[in-house]
Design a protein around this ligand. Structure first.
Ligand SMILES: [Zn+2]
Length: 131
């Protein structure tokens, strides 16, 4: 999905530089912002899932393990939210989009920092436990 967007923008860049900003602006409001917000919302009410038996939990048990003894993982990780945010930030910085849209992306970025915390190496992501 991201690769497709990237290619679309790169092609537009070659054809007509002025038009690209419009396409970029369009992609941000129709794809990136809804995806980021959807992922954020999903993250907020997500649960945990056992990697072995598939049992799901509303919240992480104190042992951090399933009753079957295997590790639990979050169903949505910071990475899945941030990959879209990163692209959106890159686009608003590199193309001539409206200041409203720039502000929107930066506000979303702040919101993501609030939800996940500033620290990128945060252990609570549990992505290290997936194997
Ligand atoms: Zn289990």
């Amino acid at each position: 999905m991201l690769d497709k967007l990237d290619m679309q923008i790169r092609n537009a860049d070659m054809i007509d530089a002025v038009n690209t900003s419009e396409i970029v602006s369009n992609v941000i409001s129709t794809h990136l912002v809804p995806d980021i917000m959807g992922n954020l919302r999903a993250y907020a009410r997500q649960g945990f899932r056992c990697t072995a038996c598939g049992k799901s939990y509303r919240r992480l048990p104190l042992t951090k393990n399933c009753t079957c003894g295997h590790k639990l993982i979050q169903t949505i990780t910071r990475g899945s939210v941030e990959k879209y945010l990163k692209l959106a930030k890159r686009l608003v910085d590199n193309y001539d989009v409206s200041s409203y849209q720039k502000g929107r992306i930066h506000a979303l970025s702040d919101e993501i920092d609030l939800v996940f915390g500033k620290n990128k190496g945060d252990q609570s992501l549990l992505t290290d436990y997936t194997s």
